[in-house]
Every structure is written in C-alpha cells, then in structure tokens.
Design a protein around this ligand. Structure first.
Ligand code: GLP
Length: 271
C-alpha cells in the first residue's frame, strides 16, 4: 500500500483530483476506454469540486468515461435529495460532459434487488472492469456499505446497515429515523478486482479505522483491511486521519524517496 499523508483535507482532494485527471487523460491519449468507480459521502465532495473546476478550465473531459458508483440506499427514490443518484448528479454528473448512459449507480427503486445486484456485476464485467476505484471509509472501517463482518469474497448485494453507520450518516437527513436500513453495495471482492484503488480519509473520526485498514490484520472486522490484498492501492490521508498510524515516519520517508526519484507508484494499465 502507498500511504500519502498531507496537511489538510483540501490537499487530500487535490491529490485525488490529480490521480483521477492522470488516469482519465492517460486513457484518452491512448484512445482507450476509461472506467471509474465512484464513492459518495462527505469526503469525496472536495474531489468532485476540483474535477468540475478542471473541466471548466478544459483540463479534463469525461467523454468516453464510464462510471460505476459503489452503492445506493434501498427505499429512497432516485430523485430524493439523500439518494446517491441525487448526490452524484448534484456533485459531478450535471456539471461535466459525460456521455448519456455512462453513469451507473445500483438500481434500488421499483426493481428486483437480487436481479439488480447481479445485473450490476455483469455491467462492470461487460465494461472490462474498473480502472480506478475511489473509496471513502466509515468510522468502523466499512467501504461502500460493506459493514463489519462482510465476507471478503462478497459481490454486489443487499446489505443491512449497522446502527453506527446509520448514526454517522444521520447528519445528512433531517431526522435520524429517515436513514434507510438497507443498501445495495458492491462487494469487497468486486472492489478488490479494480485495477487501481484510491482511498481518501480525513478527520480524527477516521483515525482508528485507518490504522486497522493499513496496519491491522486482514479481517472482516475492519472491511477496509481487505485492501491490503490489492497490489495497487493508495491511501491518501490528512494529518488527523493518519494520527494513529504506527509507521507514520516510514510512510513520509517513502514519499520523499519517491519524490526525489520522480517515481509514480500508481500503475495505470493502457493495454
Ligand atoms: C457511507 C458510504 C461510504 C462512505 C462512508 C463515509 O457509508 N456508503 O462509501 O465512505 O459513508 O462517508 P463520509 O465521507 O461522509 O465520512
């Protein structure tokens, strides 16, 4: 795992925007299709703002880029302001130049949820898999909505949300009781198949989950620890989120060595 520790949440957003821009532009230059995996929540908002700004400055175009979001609540219609469909339209999709039908988010409204989950897996495969998956992390280490105890071999499926996740996400709803009890989420095995993964975390509330993700045992007790199994993962953190890492100094040293040698450690396949 590459662990990058930066001073502030703005720096984390800028780093992530640089990675996304590099992947999209490298693929476009090579005339290859590009598939991004996208996340929701408070953390990636700064990333999406940066991408919209860069699009406005003509530094990036999303023509030919396909996206797959990690998850969607069950029981919330797509036009509801707290649905992840609404979030993505509002934060990114409506501001940039994606082709029509390029953006995929699990369907959870007026449909057979088991069939919807299987169709999502098929669609990811039909598009050749995900080039770069963006992730946030829950305070208990969940990724997507793969809650504590999720099988490391799980695929896209229906998942019951924990009380802690519902309380954490209650800040986005007018009343806590409105937070849905279930979601459809990519599985851990689905996420691990991505060719590159970038996990963003900021703030002290994520410090313990990040320590388990990077330095803990691989365990469904902290689902993000499964990322240790993918050889092309970057974890980008602000100081607070990094504050419980034991090998803090080593990660900083590694980054300065990479810089001094001008090595870009994230591999983007263009074959
Ligand atoms: C939800 C999402 C996750 C996200 C997490 C943390 O549970 N399903 O994908 O990582 O929230 O969100 P935040 O960035 O708001 O802390």
């Amino acid at each position: 795992m590459r662990v990058v520790i930066l001073p502030s949440p703005d720096d984390v957003a800028e780093f992530a925007a640089n990675v996304v821009t590099a992947v999209v532009n490298t693929k476009a230059k090579a005339n290859k299709s590009c598939v991004l995996g996208l996340a929701t929540g408070g953390t990636p908002m700064g990333l999406y703002r940066q991408l919209v700004d860069r699009y406005t400055r003509r530094e990036i175009s999303f023509r030919g880029v396909t996206t797959f979001n990690l998850d969607e609540y069950v029981g919330v219609p797509p036009e509801h302001v707290q649905s992840y469909h609404y979030y993505m339209q509002d934060a990114l999709f409506k501001h940039v130049d994606f082709d029509s039908n390029a953006n995929h988010i699990p369907k959870t409204w007026n449909c057979d949820l088991t069939e919807s989950a299987q169709a999502y897996e098929r669609a990811i495969k039909e598009h050749g898999g995900i080039d770069l998956q963006i992730l946030g992390i829950g305070t208990d280490g969940h990724i997507g909505f793969n809650e504590v105890g999720s099988s490391l071999g799980s695929r896209t499926r229906l998942k019951t949300l924990t009380r802690r996740t519902r309380l954490d996400n209650a800040r986005f709803f007018s009343i806590a009781e409105e937070v849905p009890r279930m979601a459809l989420t990519m599985g851990i095995a689905t996420i691990l198949e991505s060719r590159a993964i970038l996990l963003m975390a900021t703030g002290i509330s994520k410090a313990s989950a990040i320590a388990g993700c990077v330095e803990g045992p691989v365990s469904s007790n902290n689902p993000s620890s499964a990322l240790q199994l993918n050889p092309n993962v970057t974890i980008v953190l602000d100081e607070e989120a990094a504050s419980l890492l034991k090998h803090h100094e080593y990660y900083r040293d590694s980054e300065s060595v990479l810089h001094s040698l001008s090595v870009n450690s994230m591999k983007i396949e263009c074959s």
